[in-house]
Design a protein. Sequence first.
Length: 202
Amino acid sequence: MNTPDTSSQPTSRLKEVPSVSIAVIFHSNYGHTRRVAEAIVEGARQQLPDTQAKAVDVYEVDWDYLDQADLLVFGSAVYMGSVTAEFKTFMDETSKRWYNRKWEGKWAAGFANSGGLSGDKLAVLQQINLYCMQHGMNWIGLPLMPTGHESTDLNRLSSFLGLMTQSLDGPPEQTPGKGDIDTAIWFGDHLAKTIIKHQPSE
């Protein structure tokens, strides 16, 4: 039996594994914001190996992973119109990296979760965006037109600066609802595609 000779086949047919990586940094008191972070990671893993897209709790920060990651996604629940105290502590802990321009040139994105339909999530996204601008990072928004405004719709809150999700009074397995989680997955997939598209050529 003759074995086909594949040595001359173009290497472009072989799927190359992207060399980029994503860290989704979050704080979550009750698990709802964690669920959103994990959904973003799930979306990113549609394009990247599991080891190249990770959720990072602010209580268990892997600084080495963050420093080498190409994209940092920051997310927090909304408390009193701001990120949580725990997330702000994380932000402040990066001051030496800010001073040394450690994260300058990285990609960045953000998400905010609250119980209210509005819940001042825009203020938190703006706060995260300004933080990333302080670091000299490149912001990626959410370029997804809303499919409607029902609980199952994508980008139902019509947010373009970043991802907005709503968690009602219930366990994180039930809320945020399907539309918001599906939007988070879409967002993660979009973020991964974006940095793959713009990864430096070797």
